[in-house]
Design a protein around this ligand. Structure first.
Ligand code: WT7
Length: 651
């Protein structure tokens, strides 16, 4: 990949603080030992971690069964994720945790709840019994479409308790997008709420569910949490209220003894083709991966108040809001609303109020706060913070430095963690106790993870050259497939090289072996730390009757990292206009959700194509980010000249 070239020349380096290191779960010596073991014998390393961090009903017969591209971890072992997140904290030597806060939650309007481990256990058992009473059995799929309220965590844990894989659909997705996912997963039951709060206003969820499941026969039941009190229509025979069901449900429900490879959840993510992929994760390996990384990377300890700002609808919300921290017996903080409501200092207020010690967020949020001004965090006491994390996209060194200076007050290590929906847990990251950090670099593979930079042909690329990031050995949290589409699993991740995982990112290593992630190399855009496939937006656009053809690309954006630019050819008799622009933006929002709303729509009477008919995205990307063509979105641009210029080197 000769055209991947890093222009970053970052020289700053930050050494771990000796005081931090001394108290860390993994001190320097332990970290070095594990790194060595992980390199020499990843299976032995992960087996050790599985014993240390996970409670098993039945031990495994074999650590790894690797028949590429299929991996089974902890073969023959039995466990249960909800048991690990709840029951084991109430028993034996750990019984003191009964009254420890498992979840501290604050709603956007300022209401709050503190839920102890014992209480969370009772709620989860109750809801597991509700699911059972509504006919959900081991293996049945349950879709959750919920705001950031504790009931989301309760529902997730209840599913894992009975072995019903959940599929969480981010509340920002549209009814259309929800419907596709409900149908693809063949869900039997949907859990939602009347709505949630955002920017001071209630928004509706139940209404979207009604539109999404209308006519979908597989969905037998919709359970509705009352959150905002807004009017909802309850269809008799199908819909029921959470609080009514819970009132009579028993608090006793033994956890199902599940196979280590039992499906834990499906999570849809964008790919290069139109249809989202249902990434499948299983039980034992996933749990091992996320608990180990929580302990080692976030240095999660008993006294921490840990806040991962992700929504439960994304993988970060699964692994590092709910399952990871709770399995570690930690106190997880959850916040419902937007960062800037009612004022630009809401987050800093929350940190000061609840004494948050660990903050894990995304570069897009950090950049938003930079723009809002230093005075907001400066006004609050952030001295409780002791570690900061970043995830979702490459963090630019200025944002890293601001995070370090203004939020961490130069005292907190920063862990820039690279991973994906498919990897289940963190893959490339500093260890706060022992890896010096460089702003903008995710540093080194986690112990037990083997990564490389390869060429298209699979040859190792010598530092400091850029190439394709590759994971060369299976890892416990890896996806086990794409729901209902085995071929796509093989094609997407395992067809570029032999027995090596292709994540779709470009990267390079520096002289110290540090990894610098340079972003996606495929037709996937990273908007505010979330993947959106160009094809998905294109499909949404052409589904509108005034669009003949559409091509979508990303252009750099100061806040969101990437902004969506759509090139649209209107149908024969359609006039391009500002009105059409806003109609199409609204249409994409309705089809996919606000996250996919194009920032800009440009009308054109032809799209540049290769002789074989492939749209020349590279060219469109240049045009989308080029200054000379920016401006009026309603002007028609004729690409035919540009297209023919490029034809010779593309076709
Ligand atoms: C893609 C995965 C993993 C949770 C959030 C996103 C990009 C993620 C980093 C990072 C540079 C990053 C990659 C990756 N990415 N973290 N620390 N540095 N890039 O999950 O939606 O599955 O997206 O996000 O491009 O492939 P996702």
């Amino acid at each position: 990949m000769p055209d991947i070239e890093s222009l970053l020349k970052e020289k700053r380096i930050f050494k771990p603080d000796s005081q931090f290191t001394r108290k860390a779960n993994w001190n320097k010596k332990v970290a070095a030992e594990y790194r060595k073991l992980g390199e020499k014998n990843p299976q032995l390393f992960w087996a050790k971690m599985a014993k240390e961090h996970v409670s098993w009903f039945t031990p495994w017969k074999k650590v790894l069964d690797w028949k590429p591209p299929y991996a089974k971890w902890f073969v023959g072992a039995k466990t249960n994720v909800s048991y690990n997140c709840l029951d084991r904290h109430l028993e034996g030597d750990d019984a003191w945790r009964r009254n420890k806060a498992a979840i501290i939650w604050e709603g956007e309007p300022g209401d709050s709840r503190v839920i102890t481990y014992a209480e969370l256990h009772r709620e989860v058992c109750r809801f597991a019994n509700v699911l059972k009473a509504r006919g959900v059995k081991k293996g049945d799929r349950v879709v959750l479409y919920m705001p950031m309220i504790p009931e989301a965590a309760v529902a997730m844990l209840a599913c894992t308790r009975i072995g019903a894989p959940h599929s969480i659909v981010f509340g920002g997705f549209s009814a259309e997008a929800l419907r596709d996912r409900v149908v693809d997963a063949g869900a039997k039951l949907v859990v939602t709420s009347d709505g949630g709060f955002r920017k001071g206003e209630p928004f509706a969820l139940k209404r979207q569910v009604d539109a999404a499941v209308d006519g979908v026969a597989a969905v037998e039941c919709v359970v509705v949490v009352r959150r905002t009190g807004q009017d909802v229509e309850m269809r008799s025979g199908r819909d029921c209220w959470w609080h009514e069901e819970m009132a009579t449900a028993s608090t006793k429900c033994p956890p199902a003894k599940l196979d280590a490879e039992h499906p834990l959840f499906i999570l849809y993510t964008s790919g290069t083709t139109g249809k989202p992929k249902g990434v499948l994760h299983t039980t034992g390996g996933y749990l091992t991966h996320i608990t180990t990384t929580c302990k080692a990377i976030f240095d999660l300890q008993e006294t921490d108040v840990y806040w991962c700002t992700a929504d439960v609808g994304w993988i970060t919300g699964h692994s590092y809001v709910v399952y990871g921290p709770l399995a570690c017996g930690a106190t997880a903080f959850m916040y419902e609303g937007v960062p800037t409501h009612p004022g630009p200092d809401r987050w800093w207020q929350l940190i000061a109020k609840w004494g948050v010690t660990i903050l894990y967020t995304a570069p897009t949020a950090i950049r938003t706060f930079i723009r809002l001004g230093d005075e907001h965090p400066r006004r609050h006491d952030l001295s409780s913070l002791r570690l900061l994390g970043s995830v979702g996209e490459p963090i630019n060194p200025e944002a890293w430095m601001w995070y370090h200076r203004v939020i961490g007050r130069k005292r907190c290590p920063i862990v820039d963690t690279w991973w994906q929906t498919e990897t289940g847990g963190i893959m490339i990251t500093p260890l706060p106790s022992s890896v010096p950090t460089k702003p903008g670099s995710a540093t080194l593979p986690f112990p037990g993870i083997q990564a490389a930079i390869l060429s298209e042909e699979g040859e190792e690329v010598e530092p400091p050259n850029g190439g394709l990031l590759a994971i060369t050995h299976p890892w416990p949290g890896m996806l086990r497939g794409i729901w209902g589409d085995e071929q796509r699993y093989r094609d997407t991740y395992w067809s570029k090289w032999t027995n090596t995982y292709f994540p779709g990112d470009g990267a390079h290593r520096d002289k110290q072996g540090y990894f610098w992630i340079m972003g996606r190399v495929d037709d996937v855009m990273n908007i505010s730390g979330h993947r959106i496939g160009t094809m998905e937006v294109e499909s949404a656009l052409v589904s509108h009757n005034s669009v003949a053809e559409a091509a979508v690309v990303g252009r750099p954006d100061e806040i969101t990292g990437t902004a969506i630019v759509a090139f649209v050819t209107p149908t024969g008799d359609t006039e391009s206009s500002d009105a059409l622009t806003s109609v199409l933006k609204t249409h994409v929002t309705a089809e996919i959700g606000a996250i996919a709303r194009p920032a800009e729509i440009r009308f054109t009477n032809s799209l540049p194509k290769t002789r074989s008919g492939k749209i020349m995205r590279r060219l469109l990307r240049n045009i989308a980010s080029g200054d000379e063509l920016a401006g009026d979105t309603s002007t028609l641009e004729d690409f035919s000249v540009l297209a023919s210029l490029r034809e010779s080197d593309e076709g």
